[in-house]
Design a protein around this ligand. Structure first.
Ligand code: HEC
Length: 132
């Protein structure tokens, strides 16, 4: 009997902490960060260096002669919009990275030679940049 009661109490406590965790996640992270499922930010950084995003963008963590024709991507993870007009969500960003002109024919951001997986990793890295 005593054993069973202890078990129930523990079960209840576990439920309460699970709830508390879920609530914190909602309050703290209503918008941020935006998780990119099964993506690897470190691999994303390597891709960014390989394809030369920093030729146009200033990107924290990238040791390149930093370009200025694109925007500074510091703080990008905390911005609500991509290029000031598209919702900054993983799926939208991944598509933007691969083929921005398909979303906005007028943009000066060129299509980039990224696979879907590479774009996911790059997106994951960009979402680590949440401070200006
Ligand atoms: C030839 C220059 C160029 C290259 C190379 C380039 N971009 Fe861009 N990028 C731009 C320009 C210009 C814009 C602004 C587009 C607009 O406002 O329409 C932009 C916009 C963006 C944005 C939206 C920024 C914001 O402030 O909302 C992101 C994110 C981005 N680029 C990431 C990348 C990544 C990652 C790479 C490499 C895979 C890359 N870009 C390569 C020129 C470039």
């Amino acid at each position: 009997m005593g054993f069973r009661t202890t078990g129930e109490a523990m079960g209840r406590r576990a439920t309460i902490s699970a709830l508390a965790l879920a609530l914190c996640a909602c309050v703290d992270k209503a918008d941020l960060p935006r998780p990119v499922v099964q993506a690897d930010p470190a691999a994303g950084l390597a891709v960014i260096e390989e394809v030369g995003c920093a030729a146009c963008h200033k990107i924290p963590g990238v040791a390149w002669p930093q370009g200025r024709s694109g925007s500074n991507l510091a703080g990008f993870g905390a911005r609500p919009l991509i290029a000031g007009r598209l919702p900054n969500q993983p799926d939208v960003l991944i598509r933007w990275l691969i083929d921005a002109p398909s979303m906005d024919p007028g943009t000066a951001m060129p299509p980039m030679p990224l696979t879907q997986d590479q774009a996911r990793d790059v997106a994951a890295y960009l979402y680590t940049l949440d401070e200006d």
